[in-house]
Design a binder for this molecule. Structure first.
Ligand SMILES: [Zn+2]
Length: 201
């Protein structure tokens, strides 16, 4: 998920390109986030058989990519890896809060509350668009953590919204798919136009 309101990263991609040394200092790599509309975002992600060092490298890269964007949630499919992996961090670094990353492998919702929570959602794959989506305010999920250990999590409010937004990505669903056909078409048309402009630049 994107941040709302959108906050621009301090280091622009152009500046990051001028800093090749960061590749040596940090084992993490910032990957390209796929922007909608793109068929790769419609792919249903496959379960992770086993959490290995390779999985952890992917999770590290996802976290770095999400922090750089900046965002609060990212699914692996958004960087072109259709596996059931999500990273989330709802900490507020601007308020000096320590990072609190959450790694969810093979997440499965086992319970949802009937009460709905409306929220103006954004998405790193749909930059600069925010629309109201209503989702259950409370969910309980099963997942595997960074070490592959099976865990259970009760999520409410912002975390519940974010978990469900990211889990939609695993099914190839974007938040605009919850909007009216007209609103979705309008947003995707604008994004298509922006992509064409970016190609010309
Ligand atoms: Zn998203």
């Amino acid at each position: 998920m994107g941040k709302y309101p959108a906050v621009k990263s301090k280091l622009s991609p152009e500046i990051l390109d001028l800093l090749p040394i960061t590749d040596h200092l940090s084992p993490m790599t910032i990957r390209d986030i796929i922007i909608a509309p793109d068929p790769r975002l419609k792919v249903k992600s496959a379960p992770v058989d086993e959490v290995t060092d390779e999985t952890r490298t992917l999770m590290d890269d996802m976290l770095e990519t999400m922090y750089d964007a900046p965002g609060i949630g990212l699914a692996a499919v958004q960087i072109g890896v259709p596996l059931r992996i999500i990273v989330i961090d709802l900490a507020h670094p601007e308020d000096d809060e320590e990072p609190a990353p959450l790694f969810l492998v093979n997440p499965q919702i086992i319970e949802r509350s009937g009460e709905l929570r409306p929220y103006d959602e954004g998405c790193l794959s749909l930059p600069d668009f925010y629309e109201n989506v209503e989702r259950p305010n409370h969910v309980i999920l099963k997942y595997q953590d960074y070490d592959g250990t099976h865990q259970e999590l009760e999520a409410s409010e912002m975390l519940a919204t974010c978990v469900q937004h990211e889990m939609d990505h695993l099914e190839g669903v974007l938040f605009v798919d919850h909007l009216s056909k007209m609103k979705r078409a309008m947003i995707l048309r604008k994004l298509t136009k922006q992509k064409r402009l970016d190609e010309v630049d």
